[in-house]
Design a protein around this ligand. Sequence first.
Ligand code: SF4
Length: 280
Amino acid sequence: MIISVASGKGGTGKTTVAVALAKSISYCQFIDYDVEAPNADLFLKPDIKHINNITIKQPYFLTGLGKSFKACSDFCHYNAVAAIDNKVIFFSELCHGCGGCILVGPEGSVRERDIKIGEIRKGFCPPGINFLMGDLQPGSMRTTAIQNELEKNIDHDNHVIIDCPPGNSCSMVMAVRSSDFCILVTEPTPFGLNDLIISIDVLKNLKIPFGVIVNRFGIGNDEVFKYCRSNNIKILLKIPNDIEIAKYYSQGLSLIDFDSLWKNKFVCIIDEIEKEVSVK
Ligand code: SF4
């Protein structure tokens, strides 16, 4: 069973929940899909055993041969190539590595090379969490290319917890799309509700069942609760706005380390999700 943990609004406690779930199951695969800012390793403290570089192909242009690269510039839908006479300006960050300019450009004058866009790191957290994370190279915009590599490594025979990137864009969709169930973490504020409603729309479109965990319960107002009640959306858990929990977080400790009673709560949530998923 694959459970993703997502939130429309950043900073609501997604990683807190994902780490607590993984530590409650104890034997699972944990994947940090937030490749632009991965941080679950700070809490799970995996022993990293393998680091794989992720590369993409990008063109380079041999401009000393007096050839025109106008065909490359005309072809590139991403505007990654600007050609004036036999001069070329290449915008590496816009290039999607489709290889088209090599096919249409002057023969032998456009070549390809590997460019590193990030890393996949694999490790282990005792007693039984197989840890996987993607880390995008600073400056690179190929988020989903790294996430594609993570997707190839999903262990479908195991429980899998996916810590998603914040927001509701492509990278969030990539992270939740393999999941059997998605936990949406929100906070009881107007921003929290606004972004929760967008996330719910995304999951409904993807036909992924979901439930809600409200973090920082006690701040804001009760609009999130009213919305969930009137739309028949299950609230799986409320986590109080507690300075002691925040102190644990700031030291790289999880909810389970804060109070072992949380473990029972998360085990109950997993049981509940398992029942719901098996019925479908
Ligand atoms: S490889 Fe594709 S995206 Fe990159 S510059 Fe060439 S045509 Fe444009």
